[in-house]
Design a protein around this ligand. Structure first.
Ligand code: NAP
Length: 251
């Protein structure tokens, strides 16, 4: 059996590590757009497949027997292509997606919005001094805030310059409560805007926001394609792979 992991996330790396550890043949795929990416153990391929049709061919050409889509919750295009290609190629698909921040104790007090444009409009109403932690690819969707004193933090510098009124920080963490709180105080942040990335790696800002009385605006996750079997941590994905190999072993 060969398992293709669609990665680019900490969950994808944890899964690759676990499957290599139990001797399952894998290939991890990354988009190849990050400079100096953290790579998992085992073979890695890089770059797009050429849409759902390209991925379908790739699955056939490489005799892939299962796909685990461990991409980021906001990598909706890749997730849709994985669903389409696995159906076309007759390959079982599992979605590995870290838990949403919906379960965070403060989540009911946050303003949840459907997209980045709504987040920009809501944030501008909630206060001055906005902090954007929405990823470099989404910054163009906050153009209406161009004249506001916005703090932007991204893991990697954006391709084009941010407006002169904005302050750009490039930092990929990990982030801690004390330093997040200090950053908010230093920049006088009153509104935090984030995607529902989920997980623990970037969650300290949410606790810091509560402590500092900062309003939080959260962009909801895109919906998953219907009918996809989903787990929220690598061990459950390993169990799923084991189940497949048991079923395919002749008796
Ligand atoms: P996306 O918008 O869903 O995908 C755009 C295109 O990039 C896909 O159609 C595919 O090209 C290619 N692609 C995406 N993920 C790929 C992968 N793992 N392997 C090979 N090709 C891939 O994706 P995105 O939001 O730009 O994310 C790109 C990568 O960064 C993903 O691996 C994701 O896990 C990671 N990431 C994303 C975010 C985020 O906030 N979006 C945050 C952290 C990490 P083709 O159509 O040519 O196959």
């Amino acid at each position: 059996m060969t398992v293709l992991i669609l990665g680019g996330t900490a969950e994808g790396r944890a899964l690759a590590s676990a499957l290599v550890g139990v001797g399952t043949p894998i290939v991890t795929s990354v988009a190849g757009r990050t400079r100096d990416p953290a790579l998992p153990p085992g073979p890695v391929r890089s770059g797009g497949f050429g849409g759902a049709a390209g991925l379908t061919s790739w699955l056939r050409d490489h005799a892939v027997t299962a796909v685990i889509d461990a991409t980021h919750p906001f990598a909706a295009t890749m997730t849709a292509h994985a669903a389409e290609a696995c159906t076309a190629a007759g390959v079982p698909l599992l979605r590995l997606e870290r838990p949403s921040w919906r379960a965070h104790p403060d989540a009911p007090s946050w303003t949840w919005v459907a997209d980045h444009e709504a987040a920009a409009a809501t944030a501008s109403e909630l206060g001055d001094r906005i902090w954007l932690t929405v990823g470099r690819q989404s910054l163009a969707r906050y153009a209406r805030l161009a004249r506001r004193p916005v703090l932007v933090r991204v893991a990697e510098a954006p391709a084009s310059a941010v407006p002169p009124a904005w302050t750009l920080l490039v930092d990929r963490g990990p982030f801690e409560l004390l330093t997040e709180r200090a950053l908010m105080d230093r920049h006088g942040v009153r509104v935090l805007v984030t995607k529902d990335a989920g997980g623990v790696h970037t969650a300290a800002k949410l606790d810091a926001a509560r402590e500092a009385g900062v309003a939080v605006v959260v962009v909801e996750r895109p919906a998953l394609p219907p009918g996809i079997n989903t787990v929220d941590a690598a061990p459950a994905a390993v169990t799923w792979v084991r189940g497949l190999s048991t079923r395919s072993t002749p008796v």
